[in-house]
Design a binder for this molecule. Structure first.
Ligand code: NAD
Length: 318
């Protein structure tokens, strides 16, 4: 049996790419991490910085900068290139669609030459629409191209719930579904604490009488803006989300995380990338889990999908 080491290529060595690289290195999720960036000096600097850190990390890791000609043997490619929304102009993620599509045209042209058939994890925003754009542009098997999407929003939601309820976030199961963006929604009817329906727990416990779930959903949705406006980038939360998804994929964990996948009839939706809980393993997205949503939640999810479908059509026309 041949022993194998794992190589991850990260396209876009900015705030997200570099923090993802560090999280993957620190958690021992790859033996080789390689950055590609338009700015080759920046890619080299990020690689050197993480490489310097590696002596004091628990795992050995090679960190390098390179180009597409060295990316064909990757086990996984992460795409994190592209512009950030300009909050001074009130932009949201979808407002960067045109600029990100321009970046993706370059990424698609280069990746096509590689004939890469492994797993692609897209982070670039608007994450769901861009993942679909990449899937179509590369004609990549849908189950092998996904986005973290609301993995991060769900972490924000569980943080907010945990702070409001005084219960550890790991004991609260609640998913944000749909778009990693403004049209996202929370599947409250499927949320639970140690198996007990969240709404029932709130109704029965006077301690939680004043809990405003709408305000909590809003906090989760706005969490990215609070971080971006406060420090100019969001990086640790997304890096940790990326590492969690990569661990589930590489470890063949069959772990369920909310990720953006191409829907094929699930939740009554077709031909749209949207975040739903999915089983992740060596084959990528191995199964989509259909939660029992209320009628109102189904409508909100459908509206989120409709908005992303429209934006994909716009992107395809650029
Ligand atoms: N999905 C999420 O949860 C999430 C979270 C945070 C940021 N993001 C998105 O990730 C992307 C990157 O954010 P960031 O904060 O790292 O931005 P950044 O500006 O710090 O880094 C972007 C990098 O992409 C590089 N780049 C641009 N065009 C390229 C190309 N054609 N090929 C290779 N590299 C290229 C730039 O040189 C730069 O280094 C944005 O689209 C952002 O909206 C997504």
């Amino acid at each position: 049996m041949k022993l194998q080491s794992r190589k991850i290529v990260i396209i876009g060595a900015g705030h997200v790419g570099s923090h993802a690289g560090y999280a993957l290195a620190a958690q021992g999720l790859a033996e080789h991490i390689m950055f590609i960036d338009l700015d080759a000096a920046k890619a080299r600097a990020q690689a050197m910085d993480i490489s310097d850190a590696s002596l004091y990390l628990p795992h050995s890791v090679k960190v390098s900068a390179g180009d597409y000609s060295q990316a064909g043997d990757a086990d996984l490619i992460i795409v994190s290139a592209g512009p950030l929304p300009d909050r001074s102009k009130g932009q949201n993620r979808m407002d960067t669609l045109g600029q990100t599509v321009a970046v993706m045209k370059d990424v698609i042209a280069k990746l096509k030459e590689l004939k890469f058939d492994g797993i692609i994890l897209n982070i670039s925003n608007p994450a769901d629409v861009i993942t679909h754009y990449l899937q179509k542009g590369l004609n990549h098997p849908p189950r092998k191209i996904l986005s973290t999407s609301t993995t991060l929003d769900s972490a924000r939601l569980r943080r907010a719930l945990s702070e409001a309820m005084g219960i550890d976030r790991k004991s609260i199961l609640a998913h944000v579904l749909g778009e990693h963006g403004e049209s996202q929604m929370v599947a409250w009817s499927a949320a639970s604490v140690a198996g007990k329906p969240l709404r029932q727990l709130i109704a029965e416990n006077p301690l939680y009488g004043g809990l405003d779930l709408e305000a909590i959903a809003k906090e989760a949705r706005g969490g990215g803006w609070t971080v971006l406006e406060g420090k100019g980038s969001t990086e640790f939360g997304i890096a940790s989300s990326i590492a969690e998804v990569v661990r589930a994929l590489f470890g063949d964990e069959k772990r369920i995380l909310p990720v953006s996948v191409l829907l094929d009839g699930e939740y009554g939706q077709k031909d749209v990338y949207a975040s739903v809980p999915a089983v992740l393993g060596n084959n990528g997205v191995e199964m989509v889990l259909e939660l029992s949503l209320s009628e109102e939640e189904r409508k909100a999810f459908a509206a989120s999908c409709a908005s992303m479908r429209g934006n994909l059509q716009y992107a395809l026309g650029l």
